[in-house]
Write a protein that binds this ligand. Structure first.
Ligand code: HEM
Length: 356
């Protein structure tokens, strides 16, 4: 007897987008060399990636190593054929006054996370060992968790991330694009902070820019929080419902060079939500009422990628663009996208279950 639709073994296994926040991360962005041989190497790499991650992960299972591979719009068809995620497109730039969110080169993003940097480093090394001849590295950032989950401008970062089912519903594609269910859209931007100018502000002025208290992380009340606060402009409501994204920002930098940064990464079920946030931040809501954090923080990279399910990647054929995974039968209106989950994902509470 064949299984009825939507049995767990027929649902795509999501990449660990919903994995716990970790102490260390590597963000590696590469472009694929425009030669047929490069695409072949990449396809073969994709189908073996889950095995490669398992091999490195298993050397220290307690470190909680995960890796999410995601792909940009331009490279998608060349690697996987014409069946593509419905909303995958190049990163949309935003520009207004001094503020600019640039689109920068990048075909594949690897988001590697673990409780320790050494195992992240090992996986990045093994990945480059396999694809080094086929790609050019566009950007590589090693991020670290800073005191009390603060970013380098001193504020706790990540508090209002969705958790549990809400995280699943916010970050993973569901039946609206059944062939790519379990996937996720990813937007990344690398920001540099002008720490001298930021530190010259009073704590109260900084708090009005972020919209939360610096020491306690408590949200400013409505009377005190300006409409231009970062945490006002990034709240998106549609038909009375708040639309969330799942962030895992990481501080990075080189004090010796005066470099202090935040690597922004946001996963979402549709890139539209993150784009609306960017529009509010850079252009303003209404236009002109922009995010003052941008007077002190400059975006130097920007990319939009799609992280397909593990099931999709495992099935990529070496020779020619593989068709997308079979369209899944529509599920009967689940509250959240129905995807099979890796039991090690720690979905319950992003903050509570971390790998130290
Ligand atoms: C310089 C880069 C950035 C820094 C330092 C930063 C920092 C922060 C901080 C401190 C908070 C408050 C605590 C929290 O809820 O996490 C926050 C909230 C938030 N940020 Fe950012 N952020 C940056 C860029 C972005 C970008 C580019 C986006 C989206 C495109 C974004 C989206 C959000 C969202 C959705 C919230 C939660 C709002 C709420 O529900 O209250 N952030 N950010």
């Amino acid at each position: 007897m064949t299984n009825p639709p939507n049995q767990p073994d027929q649902l795509p296994l999501a990449q660990p987008v919903l994995g716990p926040l970790t102490r260390a991360a590597i963000f590696l962005v590469v472009t694929v060399k425009p030669e047929p041989g490069s695409y072949e190497i990449m396809r073969s790499f994709c189908s073996g990636l889950s095995g490669l991650i398992r091999a490195v992960e298993f050397r220290d299972i307690d470190a909680g190593l995960t890796c999410i591979a995601s792909f940009g719009s331009d490279v998608w068809d060349k690697l996987f054929g014409r069946t593509r995620p419905a909303e995958l497109h190049p990163f949309r730039e935003f520009r207004s006054g001094e503020r600019y969110a640039p689109a920068t080169p990048g075909d594949v993003l690897f988001h590697i996370r673990a409780g320790r940097m050494d195992i992240c480093f090992e996986l990045a090394t093994q990945i480059m060992e396999q694809i080094g001849d086929a790609v050019t590295v566009a950007d590589e950032v090693q991020g670290f968790r800073y005191f009390e989950d603060r970013d380098l401008i001193g504020f706790v970062d990540g508090t209002e991330n969705p958790r549990g089912n809400l995280a699943l519903e916010s970050a993973l594609v569901g039946d609206e694009d059944a062939a790519f269910a379990g996937g996720s859209y990813v937007i990344v931007q690398k920001y540099f902070h002008d720490m001298k100018a930021w530190n010259a502000l009073s704590t109260e002025a900084q708090e009005r820019i972020i919209g939360r208290k610096k020491l306690t992380d408590i949200e400013l009340d409505d009377a005190t929080k300006p409409a231009s606060a970062h945490t006002a402009l990034t709240v998106i409501e549609e038909n009375g419902k708040e639309l969330k994204i799942l962030r895992d920002n990481m501080p990075f930098g080189q004090p010796g060079r005066g470099e202090f940064g935040t690597y922004f990464i946001g996963y979402s079920r549709t890139p539209r939500v993150t784009e609306l946030m960017l529009e509010n931040m850079f252009i303003g809501r209404p236009p002109g009422n922009y995010d003052k954090l941008l007077d002190f923080s400059k975006a130097v990279t920007g990319g939009l990628f799609f992280a397909p399910s593990v099931t999709f990647l495992d099935g990529v054929g070496e020779e020619q663009p593989a068709a997308a995974i079979a369209t899944l039968p529509a599920a009967p209106e689940p509250p959240a996208p129905a995807v099979r989950r890796d039991t090690s994902l720690g979905i319950g509470s992003l903050k509570g279950e971390r790998h130290e």
